[in-house]
Design a protein around this ligand. Structure first.
Ligand code: XUL
Ligand code: CO
Length: 436
């Protein structure tokens, strides 16, 4: 059955194509820096925005026309959505998808019934994966939508909510394993606080640390070998979220002895909400050995919330790809479009335009980044900037041969440090612009 009859298989047609249902830059088999584009990106479509998004916002009702979805919380409707989703993945030519437990199956009257519903849909997902070769990039548990999580999940003041969340993650891990998921994500939208007067922060953080250890132990016991990822975000829906940015997450992981088991899933719009650029979050995580995967989207410069838009900006994707090429890529992570079409983009075909645009923007970003690297000027200027550390005093300091006493002696003898050179920011920006 064709749920998108107006949409053909999306193929690469090159930069001059005017076909709205074609890639202009994403050419899966094209090799860049020794790797195909397919392998560089490992593109993934999200189940939640793409197949559960309705266009509802705090001021208005659903807007989106989805002829296949009767809106009912039934298993039949959920099973049908799987068919729609796999037709979409196939036509788009993406190798991966990602979901929360509650995106794919309805909730029942009890946890046992909810788990049964999930098992039913997982069977269908598995059949479709096997038939199409499309794989699960990551699974996760939705620990934020149901009202039981108002005060948090692993950081709830209610111990039974902690227990419920544990049961839910246990099941989500089993399902992710069953579907061969390559990663498992924790995003703590309700793990934080609205007000410090009613919050025992130390206790909540301790509980979160315990919760993650339970997840690590359970994964080990069932043989789940995928990477655990924490997705930083500073706020929304909670005023302050504990996993506020990469640095906060990495500090938490080290403090609670979890650093060997987790990496980070970085999202562009979360980085900007934290007051950072995506490039900053990626560079910081990669430098700490914690770069796991990315949620590819963007915010709106004029809006201060998580608008989850599809990326269209070549500066952004070129910067992302510069970091990825430098650090050797993302696998087993991927580029996951945690992005949604605008409320006004109401037709199913808009889902294709959005993803085609995102994939092309990344492909172009990759080509720009590779060209900048092949040119070499940026790297040469960076190397030159730090050249005082390559020999003599700098090398001795890096090798641990100095202390404050020896350095004071040296500077007392010299009287002053060697003169500085220009940072050349504008020249570097001009060089980057030459490739955009
Ligand atoms: C919310 C967000 C989540 C996570 C998965 O801002 O990004 O959808 O990616 O829970
Ligand atoms: Co996300």
């Amino acid at each position: 059955m064709a749920y998108f009859p107006e949409v053909p298989q999306i193929e690469y047609e090159g930069p001059h194509s005017k076909n709205p249902f074609a890639f202009r830059w994403y050419n899966p088999n094209e090799v860049v820096e020794g790797k195909t584009m397919r392998d560089h990106f490992r593109f993934s479509v999200v189940y939640w925005h793409t197949f559960r998004g309705t266009g509802a916002d705090p001021f208005g009702s659903p807007t989106m026309l989805r002829p296949w979805d009767d809106g009912s919380p039934t298993l039949d409707n959920a099973r049908k959505r799987v068919e729609v989703a796999f037709e979409f993945f196939q036509k788009l030519g993406v190798p991966y998808y990602a979901f929360h437990d509650r995106d794919v199956a309805p909730e029942g009257a009890s946890l046992a019934e909810t788990n049964r519903f999930l098992d039913e849909v997982v069977k269908v997902l598995k059949e479709h994966q096997e038939k199409t070769g499309i794989k699960l990039l990551w699974g996760t548990a939705n620990l934020f939508s149901n009202p039981r999580f108002i005060h948090g999940a692993a950081t709830s003041c209610n111990a039974e909510v902690f227990a419920y969340a544990a049961a839910q993650v246990k099941k989500a891990l089993e399902v992710t394993l069953e579907l061969g998921g390559q990663n498992y994500v924790f995003w703590g939208g309700r793990e934080g606080y609205q007000n410090l007067y009613n919050t025992d922060m130390k206790r909540e953080l301790d509980h979160l640390g315990q919760f993650f250890h339970m997840a690590v132990n359970y994964a080990k016991s069932i043989g789940f070998k995928g990477t655990f990822l924490i997705e930083p975000k500073p706020k929304e829906p909670t005023k302050h979220q504990y996993d506020s940015d990469a640095a906060a997450c990495i500090n938490f992981l080290r403090s609670y002895d979890l650093i060997d088991y987790f990496k980070l899933n970085l999202e562009t719009n979360h980085a900007t909400l934290a007051g950072h650029s995506m490039m900053h979050e990626m560079e910081y995580s990669a430098a700490q050995g914690c770069l796991g995967s990315i949620d590819a989207n963007t915010g709106d410069e004029l809006l201060g919330w998580d608008t989850d838009q599809f990326p269209t900006n070549y500066y952004l994707t070129a910067q992302i790809m510069l970091v990825l090429l430098k650090y050797g890529g993302l696998a087993p992570g991927g580029v996951n479009f945690d992005a949604k079409v605008r409320r006004e983009s109401i037709e199913p075909s808009d889902l294709f335009h959005a993803h085609i645009g995102g994939m092309d923007t990344f492909a172009r970003g990759l080509k720009i980044a590779a060209a900048i690297r092949a040119d070499g000027r940026l790297k040469n200027m960076l190397d030159e900037r730090y050249s005082s550390w390559n020999s003599g005093l700098g090398q001795e300091i890096e090798r641990g041969k100095h202390d404050f006493v020896s350095l004071e002696k040296l500077m007392l003898e010299k009287g002053d440090a060697a003169p500085n050179k220009s940072g050349r920011q504008e020249l570097l920006e001009n060089i980057v612009n030459q490739f955009i």
